[in-house]
Design a protein. Sequence first.
Length: 392
Amino acid sequence: MDLNFTPAEEAFRAEARAWLEANVPVGLPSGDTAEGFALHVEWEKKLFAAGWSVVSWPEEYGGRGASLWEWLIFEEEYYRAGGPQRVTQNGIFLLAPTIFEFGTPEQKERFLPAMAAADDLWCQGWSEPDAGSDLAGIKSRAARDDERGGWVINGQKTWTTRGAFCNWVFGLFRTDPEAARHSGMTYLMVPLDAPGVTVRGVERLDGDEGFAEVFFDDVFVSDDLVLGGVNEGWGVAMATTSSERGLTLRSPGRFCAAADRLVDLWKRQNAAGEHAERVAAMRDDVAQSWMEAEAYRLATLADVTGLVNGVSQGARSSLTKIFWSELDVNLNETALRLLGPTAELIETSPDAVDGGAWMKGFEFALSGPIYAGTNEIQRNVVAERVLGLPRK
Ligand SMILES: Cc1cc2nc3c(=O)[nH]c(=O)nc-3n(C[C@H](O)[C@H](O)[C@H](O)COP(=O)(O)OP(=O)(O)OC[C@H]3O[C@@H](n4cnc5c(N)ncnc54)[C@H](O)[C@@H]3O)c2cc1C
């Protein structure tokens, strides 16, 4: 096994590093408010203009045709430079791989370049008030309209991340109510300005409108907005969830950069000499978090080797999801314990360490075992589909 990158890949890294170090914005506000989101979109447009928004896509769709290895390298450099969360993530990391796999040439042409340029901003419409873990329990319907050549949607989605700021939603809708639970669903792409769509922002505890509810009242979508086959949405959606749980949504670069920052925090706390006993006692915990991030990086290199050789992640992406989400909670929790009561100081406090970022990181990490399918569900998937254990 050779863990070294080639000279060409190292040159790619150097180019990405130089650009990111010169351009990554400092201190962008949260992308979960309308104002913050707009600033994040500006950043996305800058990334696109310089050819860095979707490095692994073919050039014709706005990428630079980079390999998966180079994509991993870019991600490492992006987070190393302190790049902000990608508010385009639902489009570029989740929908796009699904369009590459199932989309028609017209759909690729229509949607991918606008997504890469952050002109179209996508949110994800899976969950409904009575269908979260049990995604096959969705009730939102799309009824056939032969006269107009399309579908009429009625129903509701919920927990739609940044839905209040996006202009498109993709999701699953029941098109054959008589079919078995996992059949009879179709994957549709819906413009949020279509007549009959109502988007209502949901305030989180911190006051940001990070979520939305999306209501559909007789919303018409034409046939060209069906992704994959009619009534075949479950299989198409599984491809999207595999991207979400597996490689594309949470690459190791993000966690390796956080682990490096944790080590740096420990060194600073140690040098400051305050609470020496606590800081010294936490040395192993900090090392443990760093090793977990590194383990995820190495496991990803193995996964990418498989992907490059045509072995898809499939249900193994559930293992990946459990690992990254739990390591993120451990890492941020370690930082909070290291900081002690200081961890609770918010960004406006002059004594807040690293601008209060560790508490924010911890709060967000807590949602990792829930979104992209809860970890309990992922453990069920691993038991049944990876280990082949019998269903109870
Ligand atoms: C930060 C964040 C962002 C999100 N963004 C989106 C988004 O953009 N679009 C979207 O559609 N959804 C989104 N969601 C919703 C998310 O997908 C759901 O919260 C998740 O699937 C769980 O569904 P639920 O909340 O209805 O909980 P439930 O399904 O009601 O589950 C409740 C509890 O029961 C457990 N449980 C349920 N069934 C089983 C079982 N069979 N075996 C063992 N345990 C079980 C679950 O693990 C969980 O602990 C987001 C959630 C979060 C936290």
